[in-house]
Design a protein. Structure first.
Length: 71
């Protein structure tokens, strides 16, 4: 029972963008975190996972030399 309480506390912990970007868990998504997370705000791991998932669902916008590609 004590283990479950510890897991709940750990999952509710909040982290800064810099701490998340430096973590091993989010090493592969470091660039995404820099884009989607605000500097002075703190996030739970669930919020970060949702932000990454939402970002990856967005369609790619292609621009060439600052101009949108016409289809």
């Amino acid at each position: 029972m004590a283990e479950q309480a510890e897991k709940t506390v750990a999952s509710d912990s909040k982290y800064t963008r810099e701490a998340l970007m430096a973590s091993k868990k989010y090493r592969q998504q470091c660039d995404i975190l820099a884009i989607v997370l605000e500097e002075e705000k703190e996030y739970t791991l669930a919020e970060v996972d949702k932000a990454i998932k939402d970002f990856l669902k967005k369609p790619v916008k292609e621009e060439i030399n600052g101009k949108k590609k016409e289809e």
